[in-house]
Design a protein around this ligand. Structure first.
Ligand code: DON
Length: 589
């Protein structure tokens, strides 16, 4: 423990020393405050469950799902299918994930009957300092002022994640798995309704850099729209190079060189990413984090993700607050879940970050601790104030609450192959269209804005502050639920910090209230991260506004734009479920 603390201090000193080397562009004035809008909703499409016997893939776009299905049908492994699905998603859903981003992957090895997790999260460049997103006076930058440009770009992890896992678990030749996306990029694909509306909703920012503008706009200056056929020869060429030279061309070769050049040369908001950041990038295999929930075990990614820990706390606190005694979907039940979510988020914002850099209490999922937290909940009336708890830990450090802003894009992929190997992977470039910086046919992430913009508060450091080489805290929650030591349910969602509520509520509805998975995904969203109860617009949840207000909550009705993709093991069958709020489907045999 002591060693960990010394390391953290050492790294911080190093970051101050490196500050002297920062390029001048970091002193650029912040861009004026803009209206912050998440990736827009694209309407509801009714979805029904899909049943199969041998294998299944569930993801956010039909073209990507069909590619994964073909790979699985030809005997490919879950990891083979993941490579094919991810490379197609990077083309047809470029606003959400791709080669320029990062991902977390939870893997179940059917032969070894073992769960493990792989961290392909972006890292902060070695030259980054805790003040990366502050102006000269230490004031946090406006969100989009930080996002758009090179400053927010972290070292991408997705390419290495695909390549390393393919080496370990792949069955089909690597170049074959990149072929479908390569062909689609060469021949063109039809812009979907969701992509079309995302481009229309982000017109101004997408025009800031010429390469990005050229790709997303017609020659007459009109944005591409649903139904347009879009070719991406640069992406096809990139995949061709990856097929021949593997991930090396990205991390040590020509593509990496061009990424770095692009990020550093941006005039209005340049970044710090260097070739040595790319060369030093590592995928980290980390032990799975599991939270008990009745007879189930909710397993997923630990830090730097806060996903599984926070979902686990919400479920644990709700059970201990005797959720079972309350009528399902009643205002009373949602009061318990809402305040459990607030309590869990208070801990998340205080304690959770990349534990390779900052210490974290070890007892955040202990049943006794969660029981203490549950005792704070006053049935039938909203908590007036919520504070982080005082969990036991060996090495307490006074820390301040996180101040990061998280907004939607991202994608979730669930896959089961014919041997029972499982992939649960949430993949992202962070904001819709990431940093809006495009090179070699793909967009670069803005993942670094998942760090807290403020580095300290009242003299205490924020756990999720920027530090060189550190991975920004995430909310992504790729999950595999186990029952009797066997896989029971695979799921995850995009949605920024709301991912946690989307996943937790789906689990409560299915595991606690017995609602079938597809119906649980279709059901209206309600969530309360920090006081305001958000109810999904245009749904039955709106009827809870008055009773929740009576209990003392501020209520806001808004779009809640999840993208849940799930596969359930049901007897000998696989049941796929997709979110009606996006374009995802499930396919299997
Ligand atoms: O890692 C995270 O938590 C965020 N970068 C994820 C962003 C996201 O889910 C946006 N979603 N729609």
């Amino acid at each position: 423990m002591h060693k960990r603390k010394t390391n953290a201090v050492h790294k911080q000193l190093l970051s101050f020393a490196l500050a002297a080397l920062l390029p001048l562009c970091l002193n650029a004035a912040p861009v004026a405050e803009e209206d912050i809008a998440p990736e827009a909703a694209s309407g509801l499409t009714s979805k029904t469950e899909v049943v199969a016997e041998n294998f299944m893939v569930s993801a956010a776009n039909p073209l990507a799902v069909k590619t994964g299905y073909d790979v699985l049908k030809a005997g490919g492994s879950a990891i083979d299918a993941m490579v094919a699905v991810q490379t197609v998603l990077g083309l047809v859903e470029p606003q959400s994930s791709g080669l320029g981003g990062g991902a977390f992957l939870v893997y179940y090895d059917a032969e070894k009957k073992q769960l493990t997790t792989f961290d392909g999260r972006e890292t902060a460049p070695a030259a980054a300092t805790p003040e990366l997103f502050q102006d000269q006076n230490g004031k946090p930058l406006a969100f989009y002022g930080a996002v758009v440009g090179g400053r927010s770009v972290g070292t991408p992890g997705t390419v290495k994640l695909m390549a390393e896992l393919h080496t370990r678990y792949g069955r089909q030749p690597w170049p074959d798995l990149l072929k479908p996306a390569q062909k689609l990029a060469e021949n063109g694909f039809t812009v979907s309704q969701r992509l079309g509306s995302a481009i229309a909703g982000d017109k101004e920012r997408l025009q800031r850099y010429p390469d990005t503008r050229r790709y997303f706009f017609r020659e007459n200056g009109q944005p591409l729209a649903e139904g347009d056929v879009l070719k991406n020869p640069d992406y096809a060429r990139t995949l061709g190079l990856l097929a021949k030279q593997g991930a090396d061309v990205f991390y040590h070769g020509k593509i990496g060189e061009q990424i770095v050049k692009k990020v550093q040369e941006i005039k209005d908001n340049c970044g710090l990413l260097s070739r040595s950041d790319l060369a030093g990038y590592r995928i980290k295999e980390r032990p799975v984090t599991c939270a008990p929930y009745r007879q189930f075990s909710i397993c997923g990614m630990g830090p730097p993700s806060s996903g599984t820990l926070t979902v686990g706390q919400i479920l644990g606190i709700s059970v201990q607050a005797d959720l079972a005694s309350l009528q399902k979907e009643s205002p009373e039940a949602w009061q318990v879940i809402g305040d459990a979510t607030r309590l869990a988020f208070a801990d998340r914002n205080r304690y959770m970050a990349d534990t390779d850099f900052v210490p974290m209490p070890q007892s955040l999922l202990d049943q006794e601790y969660l029981a203490d937290r549950a005792r704070l909940i006053a049935k039938g009336s909203a908590l007036i104030q919520v504070q982080p708890g005082q969990p036991d830990w060996d090495n307490p450090v006074a820390q301040a609450d996180d101040q990061s802003i998280e907004l939607p894009s991202t994608t979730h992929i669930s896959i089961v192959d014919k041997d029972g190997n499982i992939v649960s992977m949430t993949s992202t470039i962070e904001n819709g269209f990431g940093s809006r910086v495009m090179t070699n046919g793909f967009l670069l992430n803005n993942e670094l804005t998942d760090f807290s913009f403020a580095s300290h508060k009242n003299g205490h450091p924020v756990a999720n502050r920027v530090e060189p080489g550190k991975r920004p805290r995430s909310s992504m929650a790729p999950i595999i639920v186990m029952k009797d030591d066997k896989p029971y349910l695979v799921l995850g969602s995009p949605g920024g910090a709301r991912i946690i509520g989307y996943v937790a509520n789906t689990l409560i509805r299915h595991l606690e209230w017995g609602i079938p998975v597809q119906a649980a995904i279709n059901a209206p969203h309600l969530q309360n991260r920090s006081g305001t109860y958000e109810l999904e617009a245009g749904t039955d949840a709106e009827a809870l506004k008055a009773p929740l207000e009576k209990m003392g909550y501020k209520v806001k009705i808004r779009d809640l734009n999840s993208g849940l993709q799930a596969i359930q093991f049901q007897g000998g069958r696989l049941v796929g479920a997709s979110d009606p709020r996006r374009e995802g489907i499930s396919m299997g045999d």
